[in-house]
Design a protein around this ligand. Structure first.
Ligand code: UP5
Ligand code: MG
Length: 191
């Protein structure tokens, strides 16, 4: 049975809510590992495999990649983190995005300790993503993909929040304000 890191924290929130930005701040202050499911999937596209092509298409469509693919990429990272001394925990950014993923994660690994949930209006998230699109190179940072990502988030990911609320603490964090203001609240949860 592979060892897992001491703490596992889900980091959820809509597209552009600031998950990655806040995770980077936590890494700098607390030494957590940041594992972004989206980043793992984007790296997989680069391998030019058949699976990579499927992932590429789903991300452009703002759709959710089949859970077994993401879960296997995540599992490997978490086992790495667990076997690395002095890793206090892992921030699991952008996962689980669908109910089956939340259930499968718990069966395969273990229950996460808590969840951060960044709440931000669509208007603000869209503003951030369109601004980022000038430099991100992300194939899903365009008005049409953004609209689909919002829809997927509401329809498929929001039910996950309700599910997790019955299983662990879910800390809802207002994410509309500046990065520093949001972080001031986030860091309190790790002290
Ligand atoms: N910014 C951040 N915070 C700000 C603040 N407080 N004030 C002003 N600006 C702020 O931030 C986005 C932008 O906003 C940046 O330019 C930042 O500087 C600025 P970021 O921290 O990147 O937000 P984040 O929430 O991480 O946004 P991201 O676009 O990464 O969210 P998504 O959830 O859309 O992207 P992700 O990479 O997680 O997933 C992409 C796709 O992969 C999904 O749509 C899906 O197709 C697929 N996927 C799966 O299928 N399964 C998974 O498990 C995960 C992903
Ligand atoms: Mg991100």
């Amino acid at each position: 049975h592979a060892r897992l890191p001491p703490r596992l924290v889900f980091v959820l929130g809509g597209p552009g809510a600031g998950k990655g930005t806040q995770c980077a701040r936590l890494v700098a202050e607390f030494g957590f590992w940041h594992v972004s499911a989206g980043d793992l999937l984007r790296a997989e596209i680069q391998t030019q495999s058949e699976q990579g092509q499927l992932i590429d298409e789903m991300i452009r469509q703002g759709a959710i990649v089949p859970g077994h693919i993401t879960l296997e990429l995540l599992r490997k990272k978490l086992v790495d983190a667990g076997s690395t001394l002095a890793v206090p925990g892992v921030l699991i950014d952008g996962f689980p995005r669908a109910l089956d993923q939340a259930i499968d994660f718990e069966c395969l690994l273990r229950r996460a300790d808590f969840c951060l949930f960044f709440e931000c209006s669509e208007a603000e998230m869209e503003r951030r993503l369109l601004q980022r699109s000038r430099s991100s190179g992300r194939t899903d940072d365009n008005p049409e993909s953004i609209r689909k990502r919002f829809r997927t988030f509401i329809e498929t990911t929001m039910p996950v929040i309700e599910f997790l609320e019955r299983r662990m603490r879910v800390h809802r964090i207002p994410a509309e304000r500046s990065v520093d203001e949001v972080y001031a609240q986030v860091r309190q949860l790790f002290l």
